[in-house]
Design a binder for this molecule. Sequence first.
Ligand code: BYC
Length: 333
Amino acid sequence: MYTQAMSVGPQDQATKLESVEDRQRNEAFESRIDEGDFIEAKDWMPEHYRKTLVRQISQHAHSEIVGMLPEGNWITRAPTLKRKAILLAKVQDEGGHGLYLYSAAETLGTSRDQMLDALHTGKAKYSSIFNYPTLTWADIGVVGWLVDGAAIMNQVPLCRCSYGPYARAMIRICREESFHQRQGYESLLTMMRDGTDAQKAMVQDAVNRWWWPSLMMFGPADKDSPNSEQSMRWGIKRLTNDELRQKFVDATVPQAELLGITLPDPDLKWNAEREHHDFGAIDWNEFWRVVGGNGPCNTERLQARVKAWDDGAWVRDAALAHARKRAPEARAA
Ligand code: BYC
């Protein structure tokens, strides 16, 4: 040991000392994780923990703002003033969620411009679900019921995420998502109870199209999920993709029965031994195709986001010019 230390040059020695220090800091970090402490922005954290959080939180933020598009598509066509007001509020909420999440990710040292640039150049991912079209008004109810329902199932455990700023953002987001899920379900109940046969068929058709993509929202099966193990170890994720998917299926089946619709899976049945529902095989080829940019609406969604960014350039420029004018130096001059 001693001779080895003698033989290293000054630079190597510094690296070595740094790595001993890093090791100690890492051990202290791991014990805080084990004790269930929240990690805060200014705390030391391993680079991989930071990168994992930036990846997950920024993807989540992108999903919120891309998620505004399929719903925004129906604001001008909502069937009543009440439904229009609800939908407007919901879409605004999603924009707000995006802002909380970008802010949480910024505390990790990545700027909003960098994150948006990654989205606009197609480098960043966002949820596969938002690459499917909303073809009828029933889709809006089904998105609220299934998509927001899946989102809450995934996001409630994130309120206990080990990174404080993300966990705190998620508390508010989950409260709002819960309202979104209920309004979607209530809108479907109205169509199924008081609607015409054509409206009921429209609900069933929307459920047929959204069921499988909703199950895909939870990500690949645990055995094919490269990030899960480390993220679980660090308390970034609290439940695995498969655990959350199963919880979602179990919670949704009785809701479907109450609605009077059929979930499009002949293999879906209660398994008394497991005390869970068994369900059919997910088409993972479709999932990876959509994640890889080749879903029904990927191009359209990205184009819409890039256009919104370009169209908003003058607003950002004006806000910056205004801020410069109000800066203390400018006022003193
Ligand atoms: N779509 O190792 P894995 C919402 C990627 S809800 C696209 O399991 P991880 C909203 C994954 O990123 C939706 N990509 O990853 C609801 C990874 O690729 P990279 C957003 C997906 O991170 C209603 C690779 O596949 N919610 O916003 O451990 C209205 C391997 O996966 C998907 C969140 O983002 C997918 N479905 O687990 C409006 C919640 N699934 O990054 C808005 C927070 C996986 O290595 N995020 N991939 O290149 C999470 O909980 C986790 O990131 C995931 C994935 C469960 C999504």
